[in-house]
Design a protein around this ligand. Sequence first.
Ligand code: DQQ
Length: 680
Amino acid sequence: MILREQAAPLGNVHCCLNTPNSSPSLHQHSSNFLSSTTMNADLEHATSTSYSPLPDSDHNPSSERRRPITLLSGIFISMLLFSSLIALILNQHIQPEPDDSGNRNSSPARPISRGVSQGVSEKSNIQLSSSDLKEIYPWTNAMLSWQRTGFHFQPPKNWMNDPNGPLYHMGWYHLFYQYNPDAAVWGNITWGHAISKDLINWYHLPFAMIPDQWYDINGVWTGSATILPDGTIIMLYTGDTDEEVQVQNLAYPVNLSDPFLLDWIKYPGNPVMVPPPGIGTKDFRDPTTAWLGPNGKWRVAIGSKVNKTGITLVYETTNFTSYELLEEVMHAVPGTGMWECVDFYPVSTTESNGLDTSVNGPGIKHVLKSSLDDDKHDYYALGTYDPISNKWTPDDPDLDVGIGLRVDYGKYYASKTFFDQNTQRRLLWGWIAETDSEAADILKGWSSVQTIPREVVFDKKTGTNILQLPIKEVEKLRSKSTVYRKVILEPGSLVPLDVGLATQLDILATFEVDKQSVEASVEADVGYNCTTSGGSSSRGAFGPFGLVVLADESLTEQTPIYFYIAKGADGVANTYFCADQSKSTTAQDVTKLIYGSSVPVLHGESFSMRLLVDHSIVESFAQGGRTVITSRVYPTKAIYSAAKVFLFNNATGVTITANVNVWNMDSAHIDYFTFLNSER
Ligand code: DQQ
């Protein structure tokens, strides 16, 4: 059946200037500050902030009747009772659910694998070992409630993973996402749906698709949207069949003139693609947005593998209902394993606008991105796409997909771009999973966040990477601004930044380093690696220096985001951008890795970083988005008004001058769409 027959036709900056004259005794703490000692738990800070109890909180205020008392003492006693109630709720330790035998004191669960046996990448945090989980941290309601973000997209409750089929239609941005309607763990995957005018404030809509057909009964998995020149919207997605075979299915909106795209039809002839000979039934998923080939046929790439080689199969179609597999793969990289969520798009090397997926020609490179099932990271490479041979060739074979650059060096996976025809931008979404325990996710009732959408452009200065920056719309949430100019950071110094409530922030910081002292130094620092070189407390001549966020006053808990300049034996200095989670929480049942990678800092550039801090998530962008790191952090003390920000320089051999703008961020409006009928 031809789709055409079914789809409807459519044709003041202020304050806090910390000058070099600022008192060093006030601002310079011990150079060992990054291994500071203790601080008492001060959750009383939490009482000053708003807080909503968790959905399943079993705490109920007493409804007992009391004897009549005088009005004044009545008011006094009620206030006393009310404040004790608040204190009780805030400090309420969460009890484990009783096990089958009714025993609440159950021993900590071993990490449970989810997804792998069904044929997708691991969906639970199995990086936590049984010994990490030996002691389950006594999380309180206040701590868990604080972790929910203020301006990142998340559904009201339950599990979410990959972003799916983002698109712009009739004045609205649409985001679909992998969602479990029943629990805070992966399973029963359904397409959640939300819409927005600005990609920041969202309305939740009814599910777009649920697993209700034999060809997707085990999950409506990841897919992408293609908008045809006549406005028709094509949605291709992976279905996990009743026999757990991965197939590709077609869906489309019932009514294209509905701006909300509320109703979706699954094509009755589904599936439209099944695993071809030689491809495993569980190795065939996540169709890309289609692009138009020179022969007038649409092409769709699908990730797969042959033995340990990750590959992109390409199918051609004219009607999106019948497909022909091209004989040769578009690209393959040995040793990279199964490729999930392949993304393929052009970037302009001369202009700063984004490009529609079918655009090709002079002044264009193509990005090929794959999410590696084996290591759960998103890798990309820049290259050239020859539409005649349907081959993509990396610019640098040493930086091929899966062995070179990563989209994000933190907790980040299954990303997907779309071309926003409204603003001519290429926008990127990514899934940020949790790094705490599944038991804690179940207690808080939700799991995972989506990144703030990022604009992607080619880095014309380096010519070797993309740049990713949070979309400018996020700046609408900026409220109070605090500016610090020319803060001198002597070796070993730590400077508190008094920015008020420091749990929702947008921070822009630049650091000037005396380049001459770096050049003059003969000290070599070979083999630096963010993850294995000791993190923010390991001191070198020229680093680390940067910002510490989500820290409590005494730095018992802290998340430093920093640069480290390492001079090789050849005298060449390389800069690294890292995020150290190792002291981000005193809780043990959390993965606390140190993330990061090298970042090009070109002649004449200062070292610059932009951070979006939003409760348990920090998105960090170095050098205008050349290297990006997303962190999940779960402090127990550095929460609510106890969360602080510091500048630091832990280098031994160089003084740094910092300039910082900090904005407190309002929360986004993310709500159910209640006026559906009036707007339709
Ligand atoms: N998530 C989906 C799959 C995809 C994986 C299932 C990546 O389609 O390969 O939820 O996270």
